[in-house]
Ligand binder design. Sequence first.
Ligand code: PHB
Length: 393
Amino acid sequence: MQKKQTLLSIAAMTLIAAAPTAWAQAQAQTQGKLKVGFMLPATGTFASLGTAIDNGFRLYVTEQGGKIAGREVEYVRVDDESDPAKATDNVNKLIKRDNVDVIVGTVHSGVAMAMAKAAKESGTLLLVPNAGAAAVTGAMCAPNIFRSSFSNWQPGYAMGEVAAKKGHKKIVTITWKYAAGDETVKGFKDAFEKAGGSVVKELSLPFPNVEFQALLTEIAATKPDAVFTFFAGGGAVKFVKDYAAAGLKKTIPLYGSGFLTDGTLEAQGADAEGLFTALHYADNLNNKRDQAFRLAYAKTYKLQPDVYAVQGYDAGQMLGIGLNATKGDAKNINGFAQALRSAKIDSPRGSFTLSKSHNPVQDFYLRKVVGKENVVEGIASKSLADPGLGCKM
Ligand code: PHB
C-alpha cells in the first residue's frame, strides 16, 4: 500500500513537472506559426540599412532554431521605399491583409511615425529596429510599441558634449530636412549650447537629395570651428566624399552622429579616415557577446555587421524576451511589456535597459574612423536616456 502510494505520487509529480512544457508545446501548436512582418526599405538610399536589419533579426531567430517561444517564425516583407506618403498603406498591408503577429520596422523616421499610429490604433506589436523619431517613444508611445535602436536626439546630444569638450565655439550643422535630421541637430544643440557653444547656422536639404554643392560653398564662406551632420546610407557616402572633394576636410573638422560612417566605410574609403562620430555601437568593442555576434554574422552573410545589424538582432532578442514571458501570446501586451520593462538586454553593443517610454537607455561611444573600422576612443555619454517628452502611458 505504502509503495503503491509512493509510486502514485512520483507519477503525479512527474506529470506536474512535465505539465508546463507540455502545455507550452500544446499552446504553441494551437497558436501556429509566428508571423513577423518586416516593413523595411529594399530600395533607395536606405536599402542596405534594411538588409542589415533583416539579416540581424534572422540571425537571432536562426540561433533559436527558427522558433520564438516555441512558435516557428514565418516572415512577410514589405518594401517601404523610405516613403512616408506610402507608409500608411504599406503598414496596413501587414496588419489587415497579412494579419501579422508583430511588425518589425523601419529605418526612416517619417515612415515610422505612420507605423506607430497604425500600431497604436490596432494594438499590433511594433518593434522599431532603427528610426529614431522622438514621437515613437514620446507623444505616440504605447504599451505595444518598443524601440531596439535609439532616439535621434541621443547620438546628437552625445556628440554635442564631445564637440564642446574639444573646445569648439561656433558650429554649423547640415542635414536632411525631416524628423531625423531636425531631432539629431536638436540633440546636438541641447548639449553644445548648454556647454557654452553656439550653432551659428543650420543648413538642410530635402530628403533624400544629395546635391550638397551650394551648401558646402556656404560652409566654406561661414568658416565655423567645425561642422556637425546627420546623413546615413547612400547620402552619407556622398556627403563624406563631397566634403573632402570640396577641400573642407583639411580645414574644418567634420563631426557626425555615427550613422555618417556606419555601414559606409567601404564606399567612403580614405575620405572618411579620421572622422569622429558618436553612436551606441563600434567595430572593436571586444566584449564576448559582440565577438560571438560578429563571428556568427560574418559566417552567415560573408559581411561585417554594422549598427543596423545589431539593432535588427536586438529586435529579435526583445521579441524573444517578451514572447517567452507570454508563452508565445503576441496579444498579451501587458505581459509582453512587463517582461521588457524589467529586462536587461544582452546586446552586442553592451547591455541596455528600456526607459519608461520603451527606448534604449545606453552608452554612446566616441568613435574614430581608422581604415575600415569605427574604433572606440572612449564613452561620449554614459547610460544616456531620451527624455521621452509627451509620453503618457
Ligand atoms: C531615421 O530616419 O530616423 C534614420 C534613418 C537612418 C539612420 C538613422 C535614423 O541611420
